[in-house]
Design a protein around this ligand. Structure first.
Ligand code: URA
Length: 298
């Protein structure tokens, strides 16, 4: 490779990953500007959402074009699950079931290869907070800062979550925090349905092992995945619902995701009401006196 090219190649790869391109699906270029040029079947089958060419123009007298990568960014509208999708979900279910502790669950996830997000993420983002807490908060998926630190909610929305916790006398020694998806989706794209299905058995097992008294779903994706309610979050938030672990029922509430509150600060007053309801539920429960197992672990 010509000096300077390797750096350019590295830069373009970084650009692809940052922008959510996570698979190479073909070698022939697609000229999206050429009207109705036929799409190579490989790209069509894989539901290519974008095609990126690094070939130069070819024409009379031009050098043969170098090989061209057709890259894909999967989207929610991808019609078909990837090959092996069902197997990956089954493997996730089987693996999650074997975890007898949170430590075991974390190490299973560290080596689980069934979810493609693991390949593009820098770190597994498993959880933060106190595993013996009486309240557990579940967000959607890590962002850039979380990916770098390996901890959930450490970026701007995490700062707001800290304030929300503090508003009802909680902090990370008295709450447990995780996400539906434990790896950052490239470019912060939305996780696909398939990725969510694969990760669901793990977060379900995590909830079962933490066994909180109160479960709080942050935002619509978490609420839809865990509580099966797909209405808009404005309709869903603030209502007590039930989360079934399979062994017992846990009181659950949806509230706004802190990232949404950063964009829509007027909604903070409703989030404040939800936090007060959570505080009330915790103090009304038998362990509400403060000497329960959510005492700071130090
Ligand atoms: N948003 C989430 O849903 N989770 C995080 O950990 C950070 C931002």
């Amino acid at each position: 490779m010509i000096p300077g090219q390797s750096r350019a190649a590295r830069d373009i790869l970084t650009f692809y990953v940052e922008n959510g391109v996570d698979a190479v699906i073909g070698e022939a270029p697609i000229d999206r500007l050429a009207g109705h040029a036929p799409v190579p079947p490989a790209a069509e089958e894989a539901g290519a959402a974008s095609a990126v060419s690094r070939a130069g123009e070819s024409g009379a007298g031009a050098r043969p074009a170098p090989p061209t990568l057709i890259l894909s960014r999967r989207t929610e509208s991808d019609p078909q699950p990837l090959p092996g999708a069902e197997e990956a979900v089954m493997a996730a279910r089987a693996a999650a079931k074997t975890a007898r502790s949170l430590e075991e669950l974390r190490s299973i996830l560290e080596t689980f290869e069934g979810c493609g997000l693991r390949a593009t993420a820098k770190r597994l983002v498993f959880a933060d907070g106190n595993p013996r807490a009486r309240v557990m908060f579940v967000g959607e998926a890590p962002g850039k800062e979380e990916d770098l630190e390996g901890l959930p909610f450490v970026g701007p929305s995490g700062q707001l979550l800290n304030l929300m916790l503090a508003s009802i006398g909680l902090d990370r020694t008295r709450a447990y925090i995780a996400n539906i998806i434990p790896w950052r989706p490239p470019g912060n794209r939305d996780p696909s349905t398939h990725e969510t299905q694969i990760c669901l058995p793990f977060i379900r097992r995590q909830i079962e092992l933490v066994d909180p008294e109160v479960l709080v779903c942050l935002g619509k994706p978490s609420t839809a995945a865990l509580l099966g309610v797909v209405d808009g979050i404005r309709r869903t938030r603030g209502r007590w619902m039930t989360y079934h672990t399979g062994r017992r029922e846990i009181r659950a509430m949806a509230t706004f995701h802190p990232a949404y509150l950063l964009r829509s600060p007027l909604e903070k007053r409703l989030a404040w009401r939800d936090m007060l309801a959570i505080k009330k539920a915790l103090s009304a429960s038998p362990q509400g006196g403060g000497s329960g197992p959510d005492e700071p672990t130090g």
